[in-house]
Design a protein around this ligand. Structure first.
Ligand code: MN
Length: 721
């Protein structure tokens, strides 16, 4: 990558772009340049340069990775939306939707501030990472933007330099690395080190300079020797000495190595035409220069998950110097340097965005992990933590029996492997075989392990213990999801039972308690969407029954206690009149007609003072109340009421022929209204549940007698649940 372009001009940019873009693109880029220049007219950077120097450099960095026309335009325009120099609408009118949305994406990311509240930082990181899923070109422009800013970082105060550098190293460098954009990554790393640890950085530079002449000579000698070998074998190649990045040297020193001990400071790279030539060149080099044991890596047969391919070897070279040699094709080199961005160079059909996005989704496993996390509704903190620990950190690479590479965070187990492959494999897993041997499920996977998961379709599913063994949040979430599914039905049943029991204890009918008004209140209070959800949470003990009941009852409790006191003190109190039921001594208290025995006027009734749900009116024969209870108070019907009351009849019949018709006919000359008829299951006779509205007990009794007279009717009774 070309470093600082101090004299970068528009002409030089165009010269570069002409090598790979067509006239239409170039014309639009010209317009973008003119428009941006106009927008930034009179502005200068802190460096004292014309402001356009910055967008021009960003566009040039993008041109060096053969970015498409829209991306170059967006690079030139990337700062024009900031501070509302221009509106989105104006930009869209001039340059269309694609370019505008790229510029807008970069502007959104640039607005995020990385210092300040922890929550804000987390939310911002999340936006960047998720931004990858919208259009990866936004992130590539952002990386180019940051690269140029880092190149000119000297201009800002030291404290800000360190902050910017740290943010770059923490967030942008891992992303560049994961996108396979090594040229960006290694330049950014060196710049970060320079501003974060200037002493170390300049110390390394000095040592490199002191040994430069000597190293250059060794490299020249080795290039000559290797070239001769390859020429003799008739292989077409190019060969280059390769400078190690300062950051990579720093990492080795940081691990305790001495500068003089870093033996791969001498490095060569060989470029050939075909994959076959790579292996042939390797064999020829090893034939003359002895390879160092365990230093050979075949990333051609087993590419890294960021698509990197190359052969790496370390040999004892000329004058007993140790050389690191990389051998790759030109195409592999494009991918190694530019990663995802190398797809710009392939002439593929379809839109540029779709191709890049497609490559990313297919080839970069980390991207899938981000997509999955996004769907799991994790909190910002969880999301960013997981991405940083599991997606952007060092990983182990293991294989399926078919040779597919699976990437997992270090510390992962066969359980993580199984769930990474597929939820079903995880759920049906019964054991694991690694490199041909059975291993326990808490075995920690090592690089290059070949992992086979044994499944059994009759497996009863994962064990809860697996939650403690699994390392990745993906596996843990999937195990949790499994148990949530299984537990759901059971918890629902359990919740209903618990609530029924407690309500019965308090003498409140289930249906009374869960009237629509109360249900609405409960869902709002406990923040659930459905009654089932509420029951499930009672069932799994996340919510206590009394918490739920008290939520409804509390508002009435004190008043009821007062009534209870009065009712049991034996003193006469004034009589209050409610519409249909008169409760002695009570004023403005909720009175409900119980749904278990459904009393109608004329029935002997009693009131029951519930613990907080008002007074519930039952028939005196109702088994749900015991007359010994001190909470029972006398009530009677208001004789002036004209209302109809719901009640339920159970009708037993011998056969079903016309029975229902005859029953309905019997209502003809009465005031009785049939609300609904249900046919209930009964093995030896017919059973109908009849819900009716009736004015009083006499009318009901007459109706029941009428039905009883009908042929085929065995019995008619009122229901008490
Ligand atoms: Mn910028």
């Amino acid at each position: 990558m070309t470093k600082v372009n101090e004299n970068l001009t528009y002409d030089r940019l165009m010269e570069k772009l002409k090598t790979y873009l067509n006239e239409t693109d170039l014309k639009q880029i010209e317009e973008a340049y003119q428009f941006a220049s106009l927008c930034h007219e009179g502005e200068t950077r802190l460096t004292g340069d014309d402001y356009m120097e910055h967008p021009l450099n960003v566009a040039y960095i993008l041109a060096e990775i053969n970015a498409d026309g829209a991306t170059i335009c967006a690079g030139l325009l990337h700062d024009v939306l900031e501070d509302n120099r221009v509106t989105k609408e104006e930009l869209e009118e001039k340059f269309g939707h694609e370019i505008t949305s790229l510029v807008d994406g970069v502007t959104v990311i640039n607005k995020l501030s990385f210092s300040g509240e922890k929550e804000a930082i987390l939310a911002n990181h999340r936006k960047i990472l998720v931004g990858l899923s919208e259009d990866v070109r936004v992130i590539i422009i952002k990386l180019a933007d940051r690269l140029h800013n880092m190149r000119t970082l000297w201009v800002i105060p030291e404290k800000s330099q360190k902050e910017k550098a740290k943010e770059t190293l923490d967030i942008l460098v891992p992303i560049a690395s994961r996108l396979g954009m090594n040229s960006f990554k290694s330049e950014l790393e060196d710049l970060c080190l320079r501003y974060m640890k200037p002493d170390i950085y300049f110390g390394i530079v000095e040592q490199l300079n002191q040994t430069k002449a000597e190293r250059d000579k060794s490299v020249r000698d080795m290039i000559q020797a290797v070239s001769k070998l390859l020429d003799d074998a008739g292989i077409k190649f190019k060969i280059k000495g390769r400078a190690k990045s300062i950051y990579s040297i720093y990492k080795k020193l940081d691990k305790g190595k001495k500068f003089s001990d870093i033996y791969d400071l001498l490095a060569l790279r060989v470029y050939v035409d075909t994959e076959h030539d790579c292996y042939q060149a390797l064999g020829i080099i090893h034939g003359t220069f002895k390879p160092m044991p365990k230093r050979f890596k075949d990333y051609i047969a087993m590419p890294k998950t960021n698509m990197y391919q190359s052969l790496h070897t370390t040999v004892f070279g000329v004058d007993e110097h140790i050389f690191e040699i990389q051998i790759r094709t030109y195409e592999m080199d494009q991918i190694a340097e530019h990663g995802i961005a190398s797809h710009w160079s392939y002439k593929e059909k379809g839109s540029v965005k779709a191709n890049l996005q497609n490559a990313m989704e297919q080839k970069l496993q980390f991207f899938r992990s981000i997509m999955e996390l996004k769907e799991q509704n994790a909190s910002d903190e969880e999301f960013v933590k997981t991405v940083q620990n599991e997606v952007l950190k060092e990983n182990v690479y293991v294989f399926t029996p078919n040779g597919d590479v699976i990437e997992l965070p270090t510390g992962s187990t066969p359980i993580d492997f199984a769930y990474r492959v597929h939820s079903n494999i995880g759920d049906k897993m019964v054991g694991a075989i690694v490199n041909g041997s059975i291993v326990p499920l808490d075995y920690v996977l090592q690089n290059n392990d070949v992992v086979k998961i044994n499944t059994n379709k009759n497996s009863v599913g994962p064990s809860k213990e697996w939650m403690n063994i699994a390392h990745t949040s993906q596996a843990k979430n999937k195990i949790k999801a499994y148990f949530n599914r299984i537990d759901k039905d059971e918890n629902l049943k359990n919740g209903e039972e618990l609530l029924t029991k407690e309500l019965r204890k308090r003498k409140i009918a289930f249906n009374d308690f869960l009237n629509s008004e109360n249900v609405e209140k409960l869902l709002a209070e406990f923040k659930y969407n459905t009654l089932d959800e509420l029951m499930i949470n009672i069932g799994n003990n996340k919510l206590s029954v009394s918490q739920v009941i008290n939520q409804i009852l509390n508002e009435n409790t004190s008043k009821e206690d007062f009534v209870l006191k009065k009712a049991t003190s034996g003193r006469s109190v004034s009589t209050a009149v409610r519409d249909d039921v008169i409760v002695e001594g009570i004023d403005k208290l909720r009175v409900n007609v119980a749904s278990c025995c459904k009393p109608v006027p004329g029935d002997n009734i009693v009131g029951y003072i519930t613990k907080g749900n008002g007074i519930s009116v039952h028939r005196s024969i109702c088994p749900n109340i015991s007359s010994l209870e001190e909470r029972i108070i006398p009530v009677h019907w208001n004789e002036h009421t004209q209302k109809k009351y719901p009640t339920t009849l159970l009708i037993h019949a011998m056969d079903g022929k016309n029975v229902l018709l005859e029953i309905i006919a019997k209502t003809a000359n009465t005031d009785i209204l049939i609300q609904s008829i249900n046919t209930l299951n009964s093995s030896d006779h017919f059973l109908y549940e009849l819900n009716v509205l009736v004015e009083d007990k006499d009318k009901l009794q007459k109706f029941m007698n009428d039905i009883d007279q009908l042929p085929h009717i065995l019995d008619v009774e009122r229901i008490v649940k």
